[in-house]
Ligand binder design. Structure first.
Ligand code: 5RP
Length: 219
């Protein structure tokens, strides 16, 4: 097993015996959804809330029952990946472009479990990864002109599952990620940022040698 698979399998221990599970997006979460599918095929009663069309298609193919996108949902645990994890367990997400739906599902979960390999750990958010920002397609270049105040925005190719675009904002090391998140949200046209502040309850970090660390957010 590689580190991503080890982290994904370790997340199974965070689940209740049955219930509604938020299904994140990305290569690590994909391995978790595979493992959840095995449990469902063995008769365990889990119902999913997918955070992307890719996770929906995978879960459906595995026979995991899914709730409608409309919500509200009573999600026991949401399991998702991350691109960068700070010592305070704040996150940058959105490498897969799904961070808006991921944040909505995260906000409906009683417990949020993040699964990563150790390459995602960072001394400070922004050192390893740009901030993905989902922006309404209408006037996206005008919205990007406001983003320039914070760094260099680069338009990502393609559209999100919701038909929007993503700018990856190179803002450097973030001294106060919560403050920049608030300022970014104040820009008209910004749909959602990839900054997940105080949204991870547990972070499972797996190393290639098989060691696992279970980190919990400091109060
Ligand atoms: C998608 C995400 C992913 O969880 C994040 O990009 C990590 O992906 P991976 O597990 O493939 O490294 O935020 O929007």
């Amino acid at each position: 097993m590689n580190a991503k698979e080890i982290a994904a399998r370790a997340a199974l221990a965070e689940l209740p015996a049955e219930g509604v599970i938020g299904l994140g997006t990305g290569s690590t979460t994909r391995l978790f959804i595979d493992a959840l599918g095995e449990l469902v095929q063995q008769g365990r009663r889990y119902i999913g809330v997918p955070t992307s069309e890719a996770s929906r298609a995978q879960a459906s193919a595995l026979g995991i029952p899914l709730l409608s996108d409309d919500g509200p949902w009573d999600i026991a645990v949401c399991v998702d990946g991350a691109d960068e994890v700070s010592p305070a367990l704040d996150l940058i997400k959105g490498g897969g472009g799904a961070h808006t739906r991921e944040k909505i599902v995260n906000a409906s979960a009683k417990k949020n479990v993040i699964i990563v390999d150790e390459s995602k750990l960072s001394a400070q958010l922004g050192v390893k990864w740009k901030i993905p920002i989902e922006v309404l397609h209408f006037a996206h270049a005008a919205t990007a002109a406001h983003l320039v105040r914070f760094g260099t925005p680069t338009l990502r190719a393609g559209r999100t599952d919701s038909g929007n675009v993503i700018y990856d904002l190179a803002a450097g090391a973030l001294a106060d990620p919560a403050a920049i998140d608030r300022e970014l949200h104040a820009i008209p046209g910004v749909v959602e940022t990839g900054l997940f502040i105080r949204r991870a309850d547990v972070v499972i970090v797996a190393k290639a040698n098989g060691e696992i660390a279970r980190l919990t957010r400091p109060e």
